[in-house]
Design a protein. Structure first.
Length: 371
């Protein structure tokens, strides 16, 4: 009879002998118990760039990869803390192994702290997360990377303040004046603002605007040109006010453009030509203002054009200008309808002669005009 018990004993003995014949594996690799790396970032306030370089002088390991994992979608701020993920690999993983904790990692370069260490088992990468301090502490000249300049602050004829956008601005602070009186202070994320509802009487309206990145970083004020209006002109501007123009929830100027296109911005002013095609050319209004399309499709820039017996000045973009015009070392004045004034007093009290040129020291009782 077959003896199962005897067979079991034989198999057990055979297995034991087999195990005894295989030597136990001894991990005699040298443990690396300290790491030294240098972290250098190149970040700018308001930018979404995430440039980082991590280096080491060790001959036992090198930097496999380095990246910033928490780049903000709206750009870096002064109190942000970039997280740099670093992967190190052994030069020779047959002879060396990792034995690393946070306390034995030395980091030079940008100030921060090691917030986590993982991996390193077997032949794997050692992963280190290095979190930088607040960026305004990491960079001594952090604010120098900001562009908070505003180059132009102008008026549109319908009481809309319009200025050049600042690259780093997150919002703008605008102060409106009539004469020397401060009427209001507003903030907006747009690079325009309608003050038409403040045009309640005759006067000279101005504004000043500055770009703001944060409470700690604000640009210098840029002042607008003077915008003088009579009582009737103020009423016409006031009637155009639409609060939707000042919406700060839009991420583009589409709302602004839609509200201006096709609207009447000069009240009941009669233009030199009606705004309709003709064989001699015609006026065109878009979201930026009025321009005159000649019969051949051309338009005037940086100069004067006579239209139906009146002179109009057009800027470098071909748009009609109003108010005081400085041209060829002389001052001229164009009314709200754009036509140059002649032989009269301007709304702000200055005399222009038959050529439209401002005459200083004008004496109405003399037959000659002082130069």
């Amino acid at each position: 009879m077959f003896n199962f018990k005897k067979l079991s004993l034989i198999l057990s003995a055979t297995s034991l002998m087999a195990m005894m014949s295989i030597p136990a594996y001894a991990d005699d690799r040298t443990a690396i118990s300290s790491v030294s790396i240098n972290v250098a970032t190149d970040l700018s306030m308001g930018s979404t760039d995430s440039d980082v370089e991590v280096t080491t002088s060790s001959s036992l390991y090198d930097v496999y990869s380095a990246s910033i994992t928490n780049t903000p979608s709206d750009g870096w701020d002064e109190d942000d803390n970039p997280k740099v993920q670093i992967k190190l690999q052994l030069e020779d993983d047959d002879d060396y192994k990792w034995n690393i904790t946070k306390s034995n990692i030395t980091v030079t370069g940008d100030s921060g702290s090691v917030t986590s260490v993982s991996g390193g088992s077997g032949h794997g990468y050692l992963t280190i997360v290095y979190t930088l301090d607040d960026l305004d502490e990491v960079y001594d000249d952090w604010d120098d990377s900001l562009d908070l300049n505003i180059d132009d602050a102008e008026w549109r004829a319908n009481g809309i303040a319009d200025w050049s956008a600042s690259e780093s601005a997150k919002k703008y602070e605008v102060k409106l004046y009539r004469g020397s009186t401060l009427l209001t202070t507003v903030t907006t994320t747009n690079d325009y603002y309608s003050f038409a509802n403040y045009f309640t009487q005759a006067g000279t309206y101005t504004y000043k605007v500055r770009a703001i990145y944060s409470s700690s970083y604000k640009g210098s004020y840029e002042e607008s040109n003077d915008f003088y209006v009579t009582d009737s002109e103020a009423q016409a501007i006031y009637a155009t006010y639409n609060s939707s123009v000042n919406s700060t929830t839009s991420t583009s100027t589409s709302t602004y453009e839609a509200l201006l296109t096709g609207s009447t911005v000069y009240g009941t002013t009669t233009y030199a030509n009606v705004v309709s095609p003709s064989s001699e050319g015609y006026w065109v209004q878009d979201m930026y203002g009025w321009w005159y399309r000649n019969a051949d499709g051309s338009y005037t820039v940086n100069g004067w054009q006579q239209i139906n017996g009146k002179y109009y000045f057009f800027n470098e973009y071909g748009y009609m200008k109003t108010g005081w015009i400085y041209w060829n070392n002389q001052y001229y004045y164009c009314g709200l309808d754009g036509a140059m004034l002649t032989n009269t007093m301007t709304p702000d009290g200055y005399y222009v002669n038959s050529a439209g040129v401002w005459v200083s020291n004008y004496n109405p009782y003399s037959l000659t005009l002082a130069s």
